[in-house]
Design a binder for this molecule. Sequence first.
Ligand code: ASP
Length: 425
Amino acid sequence: MLPGFCTILLRFRSRMPALTSAKCKRMRDLLNSSILHCPARIRQVVLRRLREDSAGTDELYHEKNEETRVQKIGRIFIGAALAVAALAATAQAPQPAAHHWAIVVHGGAGVIERATMKPEIEAAYRASITQATEAGAKVLEKGGSALDAIEAAIQILEDDPLFNAGRGAVFTAEGKNELDAAIMDGSNLKAGAVAGVTRTRHPISLARAVMEKSLHVMLIGAGADAFAASVGLEQVDPSFFFTERRWQSLVRQLQKEGRPIPPRPAGAPPPPSVTVAEIDAPGAHKYGTVGVVALDRKGNIAAGTSTGGTQGKQWGRVGDSPIIGAGTYASNQSCAVSATGTGEYFIRLGVAREVCNLVYFKGMTLQQAADQVIHKELESLHGDGGLIAITPDGKLAWSFNTPGMFRARLTEGGKLQIGVYNDEP
Ligand code: ASP
């Protein structure tokens, strides 16, 4: 967008916060999404200048002289109307095609190393991540929303026992699968999240239902499952989520730590006569959370994350994945992020929101912001993990400080890029 025009947009936008009517809110949203197309450099310079004199602007709104205030507001409306007219004019001019869609998927970060990864297991992970990415891409290709793409991709990963989400989730110290998920719509900052769910087959769909069909943002435990049932989401016996591999992994961990071993869960198949082949490296329970960020053809971005949390967790522990701003965040004004790693650090840093703030307030590129948070802020706390991110103008990023992170990305007309280890691009 032309720098001069961007400056005008920013001036109007700077005068909008004091106005609260529905029309003004709509206007503000329109201006916000237009400003996103301005070069970051200009956005930063002008925003800073406007912030400096915003105190003066606020005072103007609070003047006792009502006539003056009304005049000023009137002027702002006229100005905003002119901006919209200008926008409409640009809309009629030949425009590049609608936004190119894009999607990024992760399947968890952790101790994922070539030396200990069996080739057939690696191939299975790559195939699964590819399938989920392509399912999301198909939705976007047809013009579906970023939210639809995220839900489609995550449902596949939740059904896949390879991942620590839905079926295949890790066990708590009490021998249960307690599932967390969140989804956020960058176009309106609406969000839904669930924690400690034990009966809903697709926690990501439940998070979306919380966002779209309830008055709340976050539901937990039995109440969340009851809400899921009330809106017709598939309910399953908790043993649906049982996998022998995760069970034996829990038993090994608890034995090693000298903690009591809970009884084998009711409804689980009888124990096999031999130990299931160890398909993961030691520390494998540290990965497998799944997340997706997407950009749709309308230019909207969204983020979603689903997890079983950390193996051997106790006392109703909830990680970062369902915490909006920590493991999941999306705003069309900056970026969408899904994180994975030891959730306690991600909560303390507010990782997902922090990345978006660095993009919005500091004008960092998406990759710079992601690396700053993972390699500086997270590492300074000795935290481990990674994230994937996307902006409304189609920039994609991933960053992690673990030996590996299952990940893939695809943009309209591009080729699938998939990676596992930290020496891959
Ligand atoms: N972040 C998740 C949690 O702490 C776990 C993970 O990403 O592997 O619950």
